[in-house]
Ligand binder design. Structure first.
Ligand SMILES: Nc1ncnc2c1ncn2[C@@H]1O[C@H](COP(=O)(O)OP(=O)(O)OP(=O)(O)O)[C@@H](O)[C@H]1O
Length: 327
């Protein structure tokens, strides 16, 4: 594995215009990205994702910290470092809104020094792949947001750079186009072996596309792991237990004292307990109480948990506990 981007101890503050209040948008963030990796930056609104992306693509300067792109310090050798990166930022600022789809591609291909023949072939190929062929003569201004987004990614592809940064690639586009954009990105990553960093607050985008995700909250990294690991970490702690008889009030309180997050659904035929444990050993404590109280257990299942639930838990701070227990 070869590191293509290294971000170390980044800080970014902003001063609010009216109140002069200082906002720390990025607070000591460090991570590395390997060549060919698809990394997701996930976080709630205002977490610091866009600021991080903008610092990497040289649009804003960090207050402190270093960014290295392909071994080149991007603060010292800005142009040389940024040569390896193309970015699709929110609002598709990399497009000319009064030009047509093809004209945009022609313009950027020209800028990148494609020969006439290569330019035509590459543009035709991109129009085909991005399903934009029937829109090639349309002025960008008149395209839907989804179409504009696809064109913005196609333009980024023209640059032929090793790293593509995408800030909220599916924001404000319909579900169908969202799927198309996701497919396109998956193809790009696989076929062209590009390194992709995607910032998003859309869990599905991150789960579908990214091998690894960094969750940012309040300007700091809360977790940096593979999506499947995060799911597993929480899955093993959430259980559904089917009981052979109803609990008395006293028994319920007894269990609740020990497991405050307990959910009890009484039913004459089949009562269930839903419980999330802090560590795997706690299941034995739970069984001890049930045994002592002579409550038969009919089945026990691990609860499936989706990425959205995991994300909310992490952002709410439950993760710290989980990491301590799992380490
Ligand atoms: N130019 C700016 N001036 C002042 N504050 C800013 C500026 N840009 C961002 N911020 C603030 O910095 C914090 C982080 O913003 P940032 O856009 O990086 O977060 P984000 O995770 O991308 O969120 P969103 O998804 O809402 O864009 C927020 O509190 C935001 O209001």
């Amino acid at each position: 594995m070869e590191t293509i981007i290294d971000v170390s101890n980044l800080y970014k503050t902003y001063k609010k215009r009216k109140s002069n209040e200082i906002i720390t948008a990025v607070n000591n963030i460090s991570f590395s990205v390997q060549k060919g990796e698809i990394l997701g930056l996930l976080g709630p609104n205002g977490a610091g994702k866009s600021s991080t992306i903008k610092m990497i693509c040289g649009l804003i300067k960090p207050d402190k910290g270093a960014i290295t792109i392909n071994g080149i310090n991007s603060q010292k050798h800005r142009l040389k470092a940024l040569h390896h990166i193309s970015a699709v930022l929110e609002g598709n600022r990399n497009l000319y809104w009064r030009l047509t789809v093809r004209e945009n591609l022609e313009y950027f291909a020209g800028n990148r020094g494609y020969s006439r023949k290569d330019r035509k072939d590459t543009i035709d190929d991109l129009l085909e792949k991005f399903h934009l062929k029937n829109k090639e003569k349309e002025i960008v201004n008149r395209l839907s947001r989804g179409m504009q987004q696809k064109l913005a990614i196609a333009v980024a592809m023209l640059a032929d750079s090793e790293v593509i940064l995408l800030d909220e690639p599916t924001l404000g586009i319909d579900v169908q186009t969202g799927y198309e954009v996701r497919d396109l990105l998956q193809n790009i990553a696989k076929k062209y072996n590009r390194t992709i960093i995607i910032s998003s607050h859309d869990m599905d985008v991150i789960q579908d596309l990214c091998e690894r995700t960094i969750i940012i909250n309040n300007g700091t990294i809360v977790t940096d792991d593979r999506v499947e690991n995060l799911l597993r970490l929480f899955e093993v702690r959430a259980y559904t237990i089917t009981l052979g008889k109803l609990l008395t009030k006293h028994q319920f309180h007894l269990l609740q004292q020990k497991f405050p997050q307990l959910d009890y659904s009484p039913d004459i035929l089949q009562s269930t307990l839903e419980v999330e444990l802090n560590n795997n050993e706690e299941i034995y404590d739970l069984f001890d109480i049930l045994k002592l109280e002579q409550i038969p257990v009919e089945s026990i299942d691990r609860k499936t948990i989706n990425f959205e639930q995991v994300f909310l838990k992490i952002v709410k701070g439950e993760m710290q506990n989980a990491f301590i227990q799992s380490s």
